[in-house]
Design a protein around this ligand. Sequence first.
Ligand code: SF4
Length: 336
Amino acid sequence: MSIPLLQVNDLKKHFPVRSGLAALGVGRKRLVYAVDGVSFEIARAETLALVGESGCGKSTVGRAILRLFDITAGQVVLDGRRIDDLSAGALRPLRRRVQVVFQDPFASLNPRMRVRDIIAEPIRNFGLAKSSADLDARIGALMDKVRLPRDTVNRWPHEFSGGQRQRIGIARALAAEPDLIVCDEAVSALDVSVKAQIVNLLQDLQLDLGLALLFISHDLAIVEHMTHRVAVMYLGKIVELAPKRNIFSNPKHPYTKALLSAAPVPEPGAVRQRIILKGDVPSPISPPKGCRFHTRCPYVFERCRTEEPELRPIGSTHLAACHLHDLPPAQNPMAG
Ligand code: SF4
């Protein structure tokens, strides 16, 4: 059996709170449990969508994989090799293999660099071009891949629209010849029609180049179009993980069901019964005991308040973390 391209094992990232008395060294040190035991795998050429409300920890997972900071605990394994504990020097050749496309195409490109230099930077940094002619050929091919005219390569970022800038960001990511791209809300800041174009481009590139994508998004309508599997996060944990069709047609976690009920319905005239969750998302500084969703779950029962449910198989390819699945089917509203 081939090993997954990426394995994330029990990943934790806890940030110290830097405000008020704690920042002055007075009182108890407090932590934000941004990511608190997350595990998943991504195969080559696969898209895994990481979804959830703002603040659930999904972007922190992406940044941990990119080694933008040290993790608190757990492992990040790329192609069978652990990368979370590598020194900067040892990590350098592996950095090429995992690239990122950020949300904001206006902030993520250096305004003082021409497009040509933005795309050339990773090619030079990783020593990929054999000559200046090879560098030019690579830049031209990347402009073609992201469907930007080659003759715009000497322009500045501010001369492009938001969608075009995101294409430049994708070209920059592709320039490193990665195996995996972390798309961190990569289409969230774009207009609806531009969003669809960028999603189509990412899908085409994935097929063409055999890329794996970690698609971090809060937008379930987009996710439904472009992913193979979906991991749903709530307060620093994955609560459900399954192939896309299972998640969208037969969710097994009450939180996923509520999220889906709030997403736009693709068929005109179709009606989806909206589930309104009570209360706010609790603070990741003091997550609730037991099931973290119990303060908002419409199906909460006594066990949920004291015992944390594990993410475990509910069917051959479907994982969910919910005590309801220990009840007889007739008493389980998420059965079926
Ligand atoms: Fe709701 Fe309990 Fe399931 Fe948590 S474990 S999602 S509170 S039913």
